[in-house]
Design a protein around this ligand. Structure first.
Ligand code: PMP
Ligand code: GLU
Length: 403
C-alpha cells in the first residue's frame, strides 16, 4: 500500500526526541551493549508500596469498568483538595479532568483551543512535546529565547513583545524540563502583570515537577487572583510519586476549558485506566507536600544534581553548566565541541554530539535541538550516583579525543 495514505499532519510530525534517544539506547542494550541511559526523564524510584496495594485492591473490588471520562469523582475531589492543601488554590472538582498522563492533558488543551495558525508563546528551552503537540493541533509555537547565564528564565518584557493578535496561550513550566529552572513567586508575579491587558490569553502552567523543587515550596502562577480565571494548571503523578507507567495526569481549569477537554477526551480515549486512578488517589491523598516520601525523593535528587555538576566541572570544564533549582535535568552548553573532530566524526551540533556520546561513550543524552536550544544537551540525573559517575568517566576520554 502507498504510504501517501498518511495524513500531512503525521508526515510532517517528528518522533519525540526524548523517546527516540531512549528507544535507540534500548535497541543497543538489546544487542548486549552496556548503555547508560540519561535520556529519559523518569524517577528511578519505585512506586510507593501503599500505592501498589491500592491498585491491587481496585482490581479485587472490580474497579475495572469504564470510569467516567473526566475521572472518578473521588479522585477529582482528592485533586481539588490537594490543590487547596499544597497550593492554596480553590477549584471545584468539576473543574478537574483526569487524563492518560499530563501529556494527554496538554494535548487536550491544545486541540481544544487552537485553530489553524493560532499561536502559543513558550520559553525555550521547552519540553519537546509542547511544540510537537501545538503543531499537530494546527497551531504555531512562538519561542522566547533564554540563556544559561540567567538560568534559562524569560522576562515579562519578552512575553509582552511576543503577544500578537494570533496569540491564544502562554505556556509556563516551572520547575522546567529541560532547564530545571524554577520561577520564584516574584518572577511569576511580574509575569502576571503582562496579562492584565490580555484577559483572553490562556496561561497554561505545567507543574508536573512541583515536588522536585530544591529552593523551597513550589508556587503556582494560578495563585494570583487576577489571572486565576485565565489559567489552567497541568499536573500529574508521574514525577512526584514515581508513577510514570501508570499514566495519570490532570488539569484544573476554567469550567469551559474543562468541559472542552472532557468532550474531546470522550471521543478520543475515554477515562484513564480505572486501576491507575485508584492508585493515584492513594498517592495524592497520603503524600502531601512536606511528607517523608517527597522529602526523601527531593533530597536524593538534589544530592545527585550536586554530584553530577561537581563531576562534570572537574572532568570536563569545557562543558558549561548552571545550577538548576528543580526537576532532575542538567542542560549544559556544549558549544565548545562544535567544529571539532576525533579524526573520524565531525561534531557540527548537539545532535552530532549526542550521537557521538551514544556510540563512543555508550551514554545516552538528548540533543538540545529538540528543546529549541541547539547549543546544549539534556542530561537526566534521575539515576544512581554510581551510574552518574560512571557516565562522566566514560564521557571524558571520548570528549577529550575531540580537537
Ligand atoms: N510535562 C513535562 C514538562 C514533562 O517533562 C512530562 C514528562 N513526560 C510531561 C509533561 C508528561 O508527563 P506524563 O504524561 O508522564 O504525566
Ligand atoms: N517527560 C520525560 C522526558 O522528557 C518523559 C519522556 C517523554 O514523555 O518525553 O524525558
Amino acid at each position: 500500500m502507498d504510504k501517501n495514505i498518511l495524513s500531512t499532519r503525521i508526515k510532517t510530525a517528528s518522533e519525540s526526541a526524548t523517546l527516540e534517544m531512549t528507544r535507540r539506547s534500548r535497541e543497543l542494550k538489546a544487542q548486549g551493549i552496556d548503555i547508560i541511559t540519561l535520556s529519559i526523564g523518569e524517577p528511578d524510584f519505585n512506586t510507593p508500596n501503599p500505592v501498589k496495594e491500592a491498585a491491587k485492591q481496585a482490581i479485587d473490588n472490580n474497579k475495572t469498568h469504564y470510569p467516567p471520562v473526566a475521572g472518578f469523582e473521588e479522585l477529582r475531589k482528592a485533586i481539588a483538595h490537594k490543590l487547596k492543601r499544597d497550593n492554596g488554590l480553590d477549584f471545584n472538582f468539576k473543574q478537574i479532568v483526569v487524563s492518560n498522563g499530563a501529556k494527554q492533558s496538554l494535548a487536550n488543551i491544545f486541540f481544544s483551543i487552537l485553530n489553524s495558525e493560532d499561536e502559543v508563546i513558550m520559553p525555550a528551552p521547552y519540553w519537546v512535546s509542547y511544540a510537537g503537540m501545538v503543531k499537530m493541533a494546527g497551531g504555531k509555537s512562538v519561542l522566547l529565547t533564554s540563556t544559561i547565564e540567567n538560568d534559562f528564565k524569560v522576562s515579562p518584557k519578552q512575553v509582552e513583545q511576543a503577544i500578537g493578535n494570533k496569540t491564544k496561550a502562554f505556556l509556563i513550566n516551572s520547575p522546567g524540563n529541560p532547564s530545571g529552572s524554577v520561577y520564584t513567586r516574584e518572577d511569576l508575579q511580574k509575569l502576571t502583570k503582562v496579562f492584565r491587558n490580555h484577559p483572553d490569553i490562556l496561561i497554561i502552567s505545567d507543574e508536573i515537577y512541583e515536588y522536585i523543587n530544591f529552593g523551597g515550596q513550589h508556587y503556582s502562577i494560578a495563585s494570583f487572583p487576577e489571572i486565576k480565571e485565565q489559567t489552567v494548571v497541568v499536573n500529574g503523578v508521574s514525577k512526584g510519586y514515581a508513577m510514570t507507567g501508570w499514566r495519570i495526569g490532570y488539569i484544573a481549569a476554567p469550567q469551559f476549558i474543562a468541559d472542552a477537554c472532557n468532550k474531546l477526551q470522550g471521543q478520543y480515549t475515554s477515562g484513564a485506566s480505572s486501576i491507575s486512578q485508584m492508585a493515584a488517589l492513594e498517592a495524592i491523598e497520603n503524600n502531601p507536600e512536606g511528607s517523608e516520601y517527597l522529602s526523601i525523593m527531593r533530597n536524593s535528587f538534589r544530592q545527585r544534581r550536586d554530584l553530577l555538576i561537581n563531576a562534570l566541572n572537574k572532568a570536563l570544564p569545557q562543558i558549561k553548566t548552571n545550577i538548576p533549582d528543580g526537576a532532575f535535568y542538567l542542560f549544559p552548553d556544549v558549544r565548545w565541541y562544535f567544529g571539532k573532530s576525533d579524526g573520524e566524526t565531525l561534531i557540527r551540533n548537539s545532535i552530532d554530539l549526542a550521537h557521538y556520546l551514544l556510540n563512543k561513550a555508550h551514554v545516552a543524552v538528548v540533543a538540545g535541538e529538540a528543546f529549541g536550544n541547539p547549543d546544549n544537551i539534556r542530561i537526566s540525573y534521575a539515576t544512581s550516583p554510581e551510574l552518574l559517575l560512571e557516565a562522566v568517566r566514560r564521557m571524558k576520554p571520548a570528549l577529550d579525543m575531540l580537537n
